[in-house]
Design a protein around this ligand. Structure first.
Ligand code: M6R
Length: 608
């Protein structure tokens, strides 16, 4: 949730750190700070609010140094305040620490440290790390961090500098990602490659319970038991310009418009049209077991969960497999009892969501096999699953997930189709499905071309305080996702509901002030959805229909229509979600919300 960026090298650290923080701001953004080694000690500055506030504070301040650590925070312990912002330091102001994660035994440790006369300046769990490292320092910063790792429980990605260890940064990881960047004139460390991708695309991932010392000349990795580790660099494919707005007012809008391309990236090189079969190289290591598997559990959170919920219907349509879809945060508390050869499919943009990680670890303990569908290459979920499929969608910066959702739906469909073709699905059906998948990017452009029309609809309804989203079958999860998008970026209350449940309660809410977004493409649920819409209209509720092009009957009874082109039933959700994304975007924009960084949220939720 929080972000870390560090630099040691021949250049001035300050501009590199500030620029890196801006790239990380999407992860958390209630306060920020940095600490830089100078000849006469360590300069540390912190500010509440966005990175621009820290920049303001540094205006006119002379900092000269090329070793530094920086952090952007999303509060877990203690309110967003300067005192709680990172870096934190020890009693003697020698050690400066930044930290992502949660130190679970911090209260016990804090009490012990207070008994030894240490005064705490913040309410954070991180401050115990600073004091412990300070007390454990005996000439070697690496040793001090190693000893501290054995004293703390919980999760951390951390970075430390010490007044008496000039030219050195020590970083460590347990449960929170840390990546080392190898540059031409120095070394970087960050919680996310986007913070250093402008300077280098050569990275080394730190594994669980490892620590590393970085200097200008090199880096050395070792385990918490001091065993040296040799690890070669990997090259990341993300480009610096992927993290630019390129003329769009917000990343969310840019990412909505990227979808024709990101869908194409999800199937590029993965289709054999003549055979009606997708090919997914990433799952080949487990293919022999996977093709025999008859039970799949999809686990995920938030928008990724809704992608999984659509995926269940698609699997049921195309394969012979029993599919469950579970919220990762609940899954691990269930009594897990899997049939033999059960595969868990973990869906995650970031690959770092704590609940999803915890869910796959628990499932593995209970004997399940693990597949990952992840966007961030080298992320924890991609490393802890046996095999998987990457989205290859480039960085998603807007906190509200958009392009990854449609990319996830595309990949889930490819997997279902691949398995279905090994079960009962005919060549004709396979070829038809592949043709329809290939057509999606152009159809998506057609939906996007209605942006102005959707903006006008948002203009009409953005002051309504309560919204309902309805759908059935494949599009029930789209109703849920539409409501989530509206809530998170516009702060308007919205509920997503399976349309059939309407008359069991929510219909009591319908009134002329409460718009309903009805997802009603021409599919096998059409007639039933049509009746539900009539029920709303007879109670004077305004209805915005997301409907198949040319549906004149529907146009006569609803207030507004957003058209999507005709495609196969199980592909409708990929198109139907786009009007919901745009509707939320324009409502939020009309309400002057902070669209890319909505209040209280963080892009990557690394706490349970
Ligand atoms: O990185 P993940 O896909 O695992 O993230 C899951 C959710 O935290 C995420 O989808 C969240 O719900 C978004 N804010 C939705 O827009």
């Amino acid at each position: 949730m929080c972000g870390i960026v560090c630099y040691v090298g021949q250049k001035q650290a300050r501009p590199i750190l500030l620029e890196g923080l801006k790239q990380l701001e999407y992860r958390g953004y209630d306060s920020a700070g940095l600490a830089i080694q100078q000849e006469d000690g360590i300069a540390c500055y912190r500010a509440v609010g966005k990175i621009v506030e820290l920049e303001r504070k540094l205006n006119g301040v002379d900092i000269n140094g090329n070793v530094g650590i920086a952090h952007t925070r999303w509060a877990t312990h203690g309110e967003p305040s300067e005192a709680n912002a990172h870096p934190h330091w020890d009693q003697d102001e020698n050690v400066f620490v930044i930290h992502n994660g949660i130190i679970e035994n911090f209260i016990v440790l804090k009490k012990k440290l207070e008994k030894h006369g240490i005064t705490f300046r913040s309410e954070t769990d991180t401050e115990v790390l600073a004091h412990l490292i300070g007390l454990n320092f005996n000439g070697s910063l690496n040793e001090a961090v190693r000893k501290t790792m054995s004293q703390v429980e919980g999760t951390f990605g951390l970075a430390v500098i010490h007044r008496n260890a000039p030219g050195e940064i020590v970083v460590a990881r347990r449960g929170s990602p840390l990546i080392i960047g190898v540059g031409e004139d120095g070394h970087f460390a960050a919680s996310d490659v986007s913070a250093m991708v402008r300077h280098t695309n050569k990275v080394v991932h730190l594994e669980e319970n490892e620590l590393a010392t970085l200097t200008t000349e090199g880096f050395s990795i070792s385990t918490a038991q001091a065993k040296p580790i040799e690890r070669s660099t990997e090259t990341v494919e993300w480009r610096a310009e992927d993290a630019e707005l390129n003329g769009f007012p917000h990343f969310m809008l840019k990412e909505i418009y990227e979808q024709p391309e990101t869908i194409k990236n999800a199937f590029r090189g993965r289709l054999e049209p003549g055979e009606g079969v997708p090919k997914l190289g990433g799952i080949m290591p487990v293919w022999d077991s996977l093709k025999e598997c008859r039970h799949v559990v999809i686990v995920a959170c938030g928008t990724s969960y809704y992608a999984g919920a659509v995926g269940r219907y698609v699997f049921e349509r195309l394969t012979e497999i029993d599919v469950e879809v579970e919220l990762a945060s609940e899954f691990r508390y269930r009594k897990l009892n899997f049939p033999e050869n059960t595969f868990i499919v973990a869906l995650s943009q970031s690959g770092e969501t704590a609940d999803t990680l915890a869910a796959i670890r628990e499932a593995k303990r209970k004997g399940a096999r693990l597949l990952g569908m992840v966007n961030v290459v080298g992320s924890s979920i991609s490393r802890e699953t046996e095999a998987g499929v990457y989205n290859h969608a480039g960085p998603e910066i807007g906190v509200a997930s958009t392009k990854i959702f449609t990319s996830q739906l595309t990949i889930l469909t490819l997997l279902a189709l691949l398995l279905g073709r090994h079960h009962n699905l005919s060549l004709t059906e396979g070829v038809e499905a592949i043709r329809a998948i290939q057509a999606l990017p152009e159809l998506m452009k057609d939906v996007l071309s209605q942006a102005h029309h959707i903006e006008a609809i948002a203009e009409k309804y953005h002051k309504c305080n309560n919204w309902l989203f309805l759908g059935r079958k494949y599009n029930y999860p789209i109703a849920m996702e539409g409501a989530l998008k509206l809530k998170e970026i516009s702060y308007i209350h919205a509920e997503g509901y399976p349309a059939g449940e309407m008359k069991h309660g929510p219909i009591a809410l319908i009134n002329p002030e409460m718009p309903t977004v009805a997802i009603i493409p021409k599919d096998d649920m059409y007639e039933k959805m049509f009746s539900n819409i009539q029920e709303i209209k007879s109670r004077k509720g305004p209805v915005i229909a997301v409907a198949t092009k040319g549906d004149d009957d529907l146009r006569e009874i609803v207030d507004d229509v957003i058209e999507i082109p005709k495609t196969l039933d199980f592909l409708n959700p990929i198109l139907a979600v786009v009007p919901c994304q745009l509707l939320s975007y324009y409502c939020a924009s009309l309400l002057n919300r902070d669209i890319d960084k909505p209040r209280n949220l963080a892009k990557s939720v690394t706490v349970e």
